[in-house]
Design a protein around this ligand. Sequence first.
Ligand code: KG4
Ligand code: ZN
Length: 365
Amino acid sequence: MRDTLTLLGIESSCDDTAAAVVRVAPGGGDPRILSSVVMGQAALHDAFGGVVPEIAARAHAEKLDLAVREALDRAEVGLSDLDAVAVTAGPGLIGGVMSGVMCAKGIAAGAGLPLVGVNHLAGHALTPRLTDGVAYPYLMLLVSGGHCQFLLVRGPQDFARLGGTIDDAPGEAFDKVARLLALPQPGGPSVEAEAATGDAARFALPRPLLDREGCDLSFSGLKTAVLRARDGVMRDGTLGRLARADLCAGFQAAVCDVLGEKTRRALEIYLAEGPEVPTLAVAGGVAANRAIRARLMEVAEAAGAAFVAPPLALCTDNAAMIAYAGAELYLAGQRDGMDLGARPRWPLDKASPAMLGSGRKGAKA
Ligand code: KG4
Ligand code: ZN
């Protein structure tokens, strides 16, 4: 019996081929990332305006063994030092997920190691435990280019979805607004930079779904409102510099208001469970936005909850989160066989209705 548990994690559900080695104490505590390799594919998909599933799957098949080799080398461990292999088994683009699952099966069978299939969203949702040792239960807001949902995280296999977007994800809305205003992609950082000099009050933009009870969100009407406002101030087909900054500031302020208010409501539901250490955690690329982060921090503070935002490299797709989630699942007794399947859809909360939205081509989870 070893005195630690070491897992190899493999992630290939969208456009990042990733492998990582994570080590935890026997009870699952004191997690350490020994290595985390992420090989992006952005250059392969750029010309198509989204992730092309077939191109992604081929690139994963080509790169997976290299990513695994590099992750083991950087961690200075061999296959015989591993206790299990964890792999994203869904949700995601099926060709990529299959490539990863097949690679993990090969390694597990060849090295005689247990195999653990991990839900990609569970990987994101458990990251605050990897980075900050956050205790269950906590509230998680996942805000990325493909997803937006509130999750009450009670355990590695116990998630309740309190609400989410009914159409676009916020990152997707930032990207579309950037496109409307001729700003570079990804839209989040460029809209945020423009917003810094703009007047958020100049355009009256809507705060969708605030009048409706609950924690569901909507961003597609907001994007359309930006389009209308833009058309109203364009002169001879050109948009002035000031108007562009004002539109960005107005849009970002609306997203902050909506996310802030819905988070306040989600916190109310979560706090009713009586958590010992109330905590709001965020993950996903949109969590990089300073105005959004500041608003969420404010809302958490007002509710008496701690605010945790993992470092950005661990908020976006990576395999360390898969290895860590795999460790928790392994300790909970999960073992998968050679019949582990790849699932394009896999809701974390089996009781909640199917996810709407995330209509972007090859949307990330
Ligand atoms: O989590 P992520 O890297 O990948 C997905 O799962 O989609 O998130 C990428 C998304 C993009 O839509 C990007 O525009 C958005 O996160 N994003 C931001 C910022 N940085 C990245 N959105 C708002 N403000 C930012 N600073
Ligand atoms: Zn993801």
